[in-house]
Design a protein around this ligand. Structure first.
Ligand code: COA
Ligand code: AMP
Length: 635
């Protein structure tokens, strides 16, 4: 396929960045309102590998909200809350409303002792109050840490213990198809489990399931907000943290990804024009969840930083009420760019393969569909392109980066897309494929994908309270590079193909999960001697986890009972989002002669990839057994 960029501004923009990154990012920084402008773009002498926009002072909430009101855009919708799951009519929040709500909630938090640098955990469903709470923290210079609602109490507890929040903002319940999830018992259990206790909790009472408030600790969020005095924006350093977002690492201990204020505001503001090609006033919709990075960046911060209208959707791609839901929202709110995970499109495709529901809606306002969160299979990308007759752009992302590493760039003119590839490197990223020795492999060959340091603004400067873990996890494998832990290639035309993870992370329905964390849960079952969790191919969710367990000798309990117990344990300890529904008892697991489980080989088998029989394996025949078990589980 033609990889020409002729007629686009991609090559010249990428070259301009390469020639003079300092000038490129200082120019981008002019898109942000600073209380004090930065002295320079990047200082390699600061932090672990350098820091962005030193000397700069700003407030992210001011940039996302107040500055638009000051510029006369107060009456423009900032957020459209569309919640088919609650059957309510969409609610519009203007920039002026958002300013007043944010200032008051910031006042309420300040009155409860939250100040600059303090942490606030936000455990909320997809309601506007989640965005208001995030912005209220940003307004105070407090550091929010949003926890996805599909995690169980133990996962929430681990995040509370690590972030040590002064306050928690939560809701009485979340709503999933067919069930209302009481959040309060989960919150109470998490606080009980955590060694650190917050001083107060502000709880949004939802009419679907109000909850009792714990005296002396909990207060009604809306009442506290209504009674508070508005708080102004607090100026913070560009390098001060805006938020910590925990993401799966290779163990049960999640990694606290740190995002700073200055780099984030610059990169995200720049991305709205450069990557998505939208302008102030345009409607932008990221159909994700505020608990994930895509929700942080493209439901809340970037659209607001750019003065767009952001759709906050509480519903699913299918079943709320049908597979036309996304197209209904696009038509009703005149969405210009939709961003979602390939899984959502696969779910729609499964229920409405001919696009009969899509045909009911006027999608003339929609310019493009962007996909990320997992590799998009070419079939899904081609299906969506044919049906929508608009560009469907895959772009590669990580929680660590906060914006796309590669993609297609509407703001620079779209070059031809190659289905299955994540597009070309975004200006700001020098992406290479390396061999085990850290040498670049020839174009077109698979290697470990890495980004030459420094990473661009918005990417993590470190992990929360864990510089050494940051160095070890990301910088030590290939000195001079950030290791992405994704394998793939850069082709002759410069397109990047992201094929699989090189670590214990799996991607289930666009959700990033650690098989290591699930193994820790399975290993704690009294009858389990050893175990491995692998991601097996799934035609809807991309991958689903499957547990392989070897029982202790003498265990007589039947396999079905053990499997049920294991499934229940993962749901209780990690949460329903793990989608752990398959555990198989096996006689043995493939191991090296020294007794190490061959997880990388198991992963390759599960991915349907060719694998080399490791010379250190104790019994090669077991791999054939494993192939049978894993292939049988694929859907
Ligand atoms: N709170 C509580 N539970 C949640 C939850 C939340 N916020 N989100 C998901 N869950 C639960 C679901 O109810 C489900 O529970 P169940 O096992 O009792 O059915 C479980 O977690 C798995 O959820 P999910 O992976 O979402 O699968 P699903 O079968 O319910 O839905 C899709 C399938 C494809 C419709 C759904 O996965 C989807 O919309 N995916 C897109 C993901 C996305 O936007 N990712 C963001 C990255 S850009
Ligand atoms: P998360 O941190 O949840 O955004 O997950 C990041 C991981 O998801 C990446 O390391 C990839 O493995 C995968 N991923 C995200 N976007 C893409 C994409 N467009 N193509 C391939 N893999 C992707």
């Amino acid at each position: 396929m033609d990889g020409s960029t002729a007629g686009t501004r991609y090559d010249e923009t990428y070259a301009a960045w390469r020639r003079d990154p300092e000038a490129f990012w200082m120019a981008a920084a002019r898109g942000v309102a600073w209380d004090r402008g930065p002295d320079r773009a990047f200082d390699p002498g600061q932090g672990v590998y350098g820091r962005w926009f030193l000397g700069g002072m700003l407030n992210t909430c001011h940039n996302a909200v107040d500055r638009h009101v000051q510029a006369g855009r107060g009456a423009q919708p900032a957020i459209i809350y569309d919640s088919p799951i609650t059957n309510r009519a969409p609610v519009t929040i203007t920039y002026a409303d958002l300013q007043s709500r944010t200032a008051k909630l910031a006042g309420a938090l300040a009155a409860r002792g939250v100040g600059k640098g303090d942490r606030v955990v936000i455990y909320m469903p997809m309601v506007p109050e989640a965005a208001v709470a995030m912005l209220a923290c940003a307004r105070l210079g407090a550091v929010h840490s949003v926890v996805f609602g599909g995690f169980a109490a133990a996962e929430l507890a681990a995040r509370i213990a690590d972030a040590e929040p002064r306050a928690i903002v939560s809701a009485s319940c979340g709503i999933e198809p067919g069930r209302v999830i009481a959040y309060k018992p989960l919150l109470d259990a998490a606080i009980a489990l955590s060694p650190h206790k917050p001083a107060c909790c502000l709880i949004l009472q939802r009419p679907e399931l109000p909850c009792d408030l714990t005296p002396g600790r909990d207060e009604d969020l809306l009442a506290a907000e209504a009674a508070a005095a508005p708080h102004p924006c607090v100026s913070v350093a560009a390098t001060d943290p805006l938020y910590v977002l925990y993401t799966s690492g290779t163990t049960g201990q999640p990694k606290g990804i740190v995002r700073d204020n200055g780099g984030h505001a610059v990169a995200l503001t720049n991305s709205m024009r450069m990557v998505y090609g939208v302008e102030p006033g345009d409607v932008y919709w990221a159909a994700s969840d505020v608990g994930w990075v895509v929700g942080h960046s493209y439901i809340v911060y970037a659209p607001l930083l750019a003065g767009c209208t952001s759709v906050l959707y509480e519903g699913k791609p299918v079943g709320t009420p049908d597979a036309g839901a996304f197209w209904r929202v696009c038509a009703e709110h005149k969405v210009r760019v939709l961003f979602t995970a390939p899984t959502a499109i696969r779910a729609i495709k499964k229920e409405d393969p001919q696009g009969a529901l899509l045909a009911r809606y006027d999608l003339s306002a929609l310019d493009a569909l962007y996909l990320a969160g997992e590799r998009c299979d070419p079939d899904t990308q081609v299906w969506a392109t044919d049906l929508l007759k608009k560009p469907v752009v895959d772009h590669w992302w990580q929680t660590e980066t906060g914006w796309s590493i590669t993609g297609g760039f509407r703001g620079l003119g779209l070059f031809p897309l190659k289905p299955g590839s994540g597009g070309k490197a975004a200006p700001g990223y020098d992406v290479v494929a390396l061999d085990e020795a850290g040498q670049e492999v020839p174009r077109g060959q698979i290697g470990s994908l890495a980004v030459r340091l420094p990473l661009p603004p918005s990417c993590l400067p470190t992990l929360w309270n864990a510089d050494d873990r940051f160095r070890e996890a990301y910088l030590e494998t290939f000195p001079g590079y950030y290791s992405t832990a994704d394998a793939g290639m850069v082709d002759a035309d410069g397109y990047v193909w992201v094929m699989s993870r090189t670590d214990d992370i799996i991607n289930v329905a666009g959700h990033r999960l650690s098989t290591g964390a699930m193994e820790e849960v399975l290993a704690s079952h009294p009858d389990v001697a050893e175990c491995a969790v692998v991601g097996v191919k799934d035609s809807l969710k991309g991958q689903v986890p499957m547990g392989l367990v070897v029982l202790k000798s003498g265990v007589t309990k039947d396999e079905a009972t053990i499997a049920k117990e294991l499934i229940g344990m993962v749901r209780d300890r990690i949460g329903p989002v793990a989608a752990f529904k398959d555990a198989k008892v096996v006689n043995r697991l493939p191991k090296t002669r020294s007794g190490k489980i061959l997880r990388a080989t198991l992963r390759k088998i599960a991915d349907g990839e060719d694998y080399v029989v490791p010379p250190t394996i104790d019994d090669p025949m077991i791999l054939t057994e494993m192939e049978g078990t894993l292939r049988a589980a694929m859907r």
